[in-house]
Design a protein around this ligand. Structure first.
Ligand SMILES: *Cc1c(COP(=O)(O)O)cnc(C)c1O
Length: 382
């Protein structure tokens, strides 16, 4: 009997590191250090070191990380923040919640990521910040984005919820971790993210000492000294139990990325055998300036057949997901709040053609073969 194929396999991954995780959780419970226990401080250090030396401020989730990052920049109502239209809602939601104006821009049809070129087209005198989202596991092309930001005095908040562990390569050949390049980086430890905990979690990164202090203060009710509130903040903490889980998992992050890359390589090689000319679908494009850590393995299905392929696979017990079925400009919540600088046709087309295949650290070739043959008989058996 073949194993059931899952979109994400968190149990299988846990079984391999069970002793480390269980010991960490037991220690937190045994010491009753539930709030800001030692594991949180350790994780802050561990992740900062992994990222090449940067301040890390852990918080409650990835959406809070973005919210806190924006709050720390002291923007005023009416200020514009540029965000891609093809992304998870969080990146734009926090802009609207703060009374700022989300300005939606289109993405690259091959990488799904926002480009400096599209950002430039959306600039106005009110533009104060840009949120490049490193979607599906690879970096936006950050060097031109940073040059543009310097030229126009913009803050850059990297939404790195999907690409923790990826490396961005600058033109001179040196690399930096995604999330450490802009003014501020944000990530999420939602269970299915590449570094996921067993509940909610997130973090904010930045190099600047004063800004890091301000971010930490905002995440803690705007206080540095207990009961003395300097600015308005929020209550956003990484749970100590989750920090213990993350301390156990962080040393494995690079091997997890490797496992994802290798599964992606297998998908791509086999799928290209089925469709060498890309008549049925496009396999993911790897940008030359980024490693791809494959948070998602996402195909673009040609000819309007995405939904029927998805149900064909489902009939065979093969899960697949649509990330994301609606671009932000078509979301009701943003009507009257967001503005679009252009037509956003690429985002619309992506939303109608993307299909993400099962992707996790425990995939076997046997499982992938089943996915691939499901796709093959859909396209070639008709
Ligand atoms: C998951 C995700 C977030 C939000 O993270 P949460 O921890 O779920 O709040 C933000 N941006 C992107 C691109 C994401 O994928």
């Amino acid at each position: 009997m073949a194993e059931k194929i899952k979109m994400v396999d968190l149990q299988g991954q846990y079984m391999r590191i069970r002793d480390e995780v269980d010991a960490g959780i037991r220690e937190v419970i045994g010491s009753a250090a539930f709030i800001n226990g030692p594991a949180v401080g350790q994780f802050r250090e561990n992740l900062g070191r992994y990222l090449g030396g940067i301040h890390v401020i852990p918080c409650a989730n990835g959406t809070d990380a973005l919210f806190i990052a924006l709050l720390s920049l002291g923007l005023k109502p009416g200020d514009e923040v540029i965000v891609p239209a093809f992304t998870y809602v969080s990146s734009a939601e926090v802009i609207g919640l703060l009374g700022l104006t989300p300005v939606m821009v289109d993405v690259s049809p091959s990488t799904f990521n926002v480009t400096a070129e599209n950002i430039r087209k959306a600039l106005s005198p009110a533009t104060k910040a840009v949120i490049p989202v490193h979607l599906f596991g690879q970096s936006c092309d950050m060097e031109p984005i940073m040059e543009l930001a310097r030229e126009h005095g913009l803050h850059v908040i990297e939404d790195n919820a999907q690409s923790l562990g990826a490396d961005y390569r600058f033109r001179d050949g040196h690399t930096e971790k995604t999330g450490t390049i802009g003014t501020i980086g944000c990530t999420s430890f939602f269970p299915s993210k590449n570094l996921g905990c067993y509940g909610d979690g997130g973090a904010v990164f930045c190099h600047d000492d004063a800004l890091a202090e301000r971010i930490a203060m905002i995440a803690n009710h705007g206080q540095k000294v207990k009961y003395h509130h300097t600015v308005l903040g929020c209550n956003s903490r990484l749970d100590t139990i989750q920090a213990a889980v993350l301390n156990a998992k962080l040393p494995h992050l690079d091997s997890y990325s490797q496992a994802r890359r290798s599964a992606a390589g297998y998908y791509t090689a086999r799928l290209k055998e089925i469709d060498p000319e890309g008549r049925f679908f496009e396999t993911p494009a790897e940008a030359e300036y980024s490693t791809h850590v494959y948070h998602q393995y996402t195909l673009k299905i040609q000819g309007g057949l995405r939904d029927s392929l998805k149900s064909h696979l489902a009939d065979r017990g093969i899960p697949s997901m649509i990330y994301y079925p609606l671009p932000l400009q078509e979301q009701e919540a943003f009507k009257g709040i967001a503005v679009a600088a252009e037509e956003l046709t690429v985002s619309r087309d992506c939303a109608r053609s993307v299909l993400s295949l099962p992707m996790h650290t425990e995939l076997t070739h046997q499982m992938q073969d089943m996915v691939i043959s499901g796709i093959a008989d859909f396209f070639t058996g008709r």
